[in-house]
Write a protein that binds this ligand. Sequence first.
Ligand code: 1HN
Length: 351
Amino acid sequence: MSQETTQVGDNVASAYEELKEIGAAPLWRFYGNLFRKEPLSQAVPYHWSYERFRRSIEFFTGVMSLEEAERRVLMMVNPGLQDPPATLTTLFAGLQTIMPGETARPHRHTSNAFRFIIDGTGATTTVNGEVVEMRPGDLLLTPGWHWHDHVHAGDGPMYWLDGLDYPLVNLLEGSFAENLDAPRQEQTVPTGLSSRMFTHGRLNPAFLTPAGQSSPIGNYSWEQTQATFDAIGDDLEGSRSDGIILDYVNPWTGGPVMPTIGCRIARLRDGFVGQARRTSSNMIFHVVEGSGTTQVGDHSFTWQRGDTIAVPLWTWYRHMVAAGSHATLFSYTDEPVRRSLGFFREETREG
Ligand code: 1HN
């Protein structure tokens, strides 16, 4: 190499160094990462066992008060997203328990949240002054900036799945949060009123004005979910990937229940073998009834009641239900965000 070429090389190297000093970077060295051909999540496919989580959370129930914990929640942490811990890049799942006589004190945050009840009865959640009952299979909403506390006046432990969008809110650096300086909220709305007023979403109370972008319904009850599946019956094939899949809707808009989280519930018949599907959205599945196997990317997860499965965006998934009984899968997704921003995509594959 001539002395001249070496000199040019040194000049170029120092010019790159100087770019850092002036707060600049050469786009040509970053193109590939900034404009990927397809999405690739940092999260990996994963499966959390309810049985295993229950054993651990029962231990902590014995050694730690709810005053200490604020919320007794075991987070479902994706091995690809440990710091800060999250279930998928935009979504969180956790298992929460509350014991008879306990109160999880009121707070509110910008994150949207829901609870899907797994086991137990007798606890209530108060959301902006409305007392909402909790029964297995119910979906309860606590949209962003709504006060919420949990009280258990019944017998036996309660367990539920918590779903939140805090990973997305924190990516957007949008977190506000505060505690109410009281052990619980005062009830200002009759118990379960919102669910009664919007019973089936086809006759909305026109004397009310929609507030915010979320559904006004506090509890989408399992009783109504089951009645809907029964009304549809067993004769339809439904979606080839997801069977008889239903959207929980915001009755004001017909759209998703919250701006950042869409919730669905699907009944898959005995022996169902789904068509592989992938979407540009993150998805979390929770087993309400039945058992089976779901292939997610290169993984194969065998699941039973109460288990939770994370499907990172743009990863193929395929459900298979064990012979002997149908399965019911609750799921939630950040699809509303991607649709509203114009980059939702989906594909299915034969075989
Ligand atoms: C939260 O506020 C609750 O209010 C549950 O029950 C789980 C996980 C992360 C952040 C806040 C609740 C949560 C949470």
